[in-house]
Write a protein that binds this ligand. Structure first.
Ligand SMILES: Cc1cc2nc3c(=O)[nH]c(=O)nc-3n(C[C@H](O)[C@H](O)[C@H](O)COP(=O)(O)OP(=O)(O)OC[C@H]3O[C@@H](n4cnc5c(N)ncnc54)[C@H](O)[C@@H]3O)c2cc1C
Ligand code: FES
Length: 284
């Protein structure tokens, strides 16, 4: 062990120690499934689980790592926190079915247990608590769930805040959103590439007319979308926070499988240094 520590660079040593400290808030548990609800979008589900720990420690931008099918999925898979109900001690994730983990999750029944680790993530969304700011959240695909949570959190902490969520998809039946957002007083703008619902075009078409000096942008979704949103915001002098959803084999800073290059040339672990970064720091 001593040799191992001697062999590490000082920076790496601090990171190593930091990870241990960090582990104090991360918990692995067998949470009880409360419900698995299919959504109107094909192969999309919301899974709600009991976890007092996750419900009290999760913030917008955090994610959890799920081991749901240890038979064929070797690694845990990351999922953003979608909704949190601290009173009931419940959190939910919204997912679409791709492979073994999401297939197993879609088949779970109330009362089943789900193996989860979290909350994970070092830097999370940090909305500016300044009156008069227009918070614009731009999401696509599985980038929508964390933004849903962020929008509700901003509204809850600042009931006067202007919050707009722009959600994009290829076509109408792939749009995922939450009617609760409208009830919470959040403006929701849908965009589809084929014009089958909402604005006919890309999320950047809906974002452009809203960008003003008092705007703050938060985005999560496919990398080309986040790159376009980040660059458009920067061109208009607007701060943009991006949540990078890279491949994350371990989720806790050990494997280095999630690194992305920053503009200063440094490689950053998105699982522990992110997943949220200022858009202007990322070397797209
Ligand atoms: C920080 C973070 C947060 C995430 N949050 C969510 C979330 O809230 N909801 C959600 O549904 N997913 C989310 N994801 C993505 C999710 O972790 C992956 O989709 C996961 O790999 C699915 O596991 P699986 O075992 O079912 O499929 P895998 O076996 O991992 O995938 C099966 C096949 O599908 C492909 N594939 C997997 N995911 C996708 C995708 N999203 N789009 C296109 N092809 C894909 C793989 O390349 C593979 O070929 C998140 C990822 C990260 C990094
Ligand atoms: S996922 Fe392993 S270091 Fe980030």
């Amino acid at each position: 062990m001593i040799n191992f520590l001697h062999g590490m660079q000082t920076y790496e040593l601090f990171r190593f120690v930091g990870i241990r400290i960090y582990f104090g808030v991360i918990k692995k548990e067998a949470a009880q499934v409360v419900s698995v609800t299919p959504l109107s979008a094909p192969r999309h589900f919301v899974l709600t689980m009991k976890s007092a720990h996750l419900a009290s420690h999760s913030r917008p931008g955090h994610f959890i790592a799920v081991a749901a099918d240890t038979g064929s999925a070797i690694l845990r898979k990351p999922f953003s926190v979608y909704t949190v109900n601290p009173d009931a001690g419940e959190i939910s994730i919204l997912f679409s079915v791709y492979g073994p983990t999401t297939t197993a999750m879609s088949r779970m029944l109330p009362g089943d247990s789900i193996d989860v680790l979290g909350p994970l993530g070092g830097r999370i969304f940090d909305p500016e608590p300044i009156k008069g700011i227009h918070h614009i959240l731009v999401g696509g695909g599985y980038g929508v769930p964390p933004l849903n949570y962020l929008a509700k959190t901003i509204r809850a902490s600042a009931p006067d805040a202007m919050v707009t969520v722009i959600i994009g998809a290829r076509t109408a039946n792939l749009l995922v959103g939450d009617d609760d957002l409208l009830d919470a007083g959040v403006e929701v703008i849908y965009c589809t590439d084929d014009g089958s619902a909402g604005v006919h075009g890309r999320v950047t078409d809906a974002l452009l007319p809203l960008l003003k000096s008092d705007s703050r942008v938060y985005t999560c979704g496919p990398t080309p979308m986040m790159k376009a949103v980040g660059e458009l915001s920067e061109a208009h002098g607007v701060d943009c926070q991006v949540s990078l959803e890279t491949f994350m084999p371990c989720g806790v800073g050990i494997c280095v499988g999630c690194v992305v290059k920053m503009r200063d040339g440094v490689f950053s672990r998105t699982c522990t240094d992110g997943p949220v970064y200022p858009g202007c720091e990322v070397a797209w």
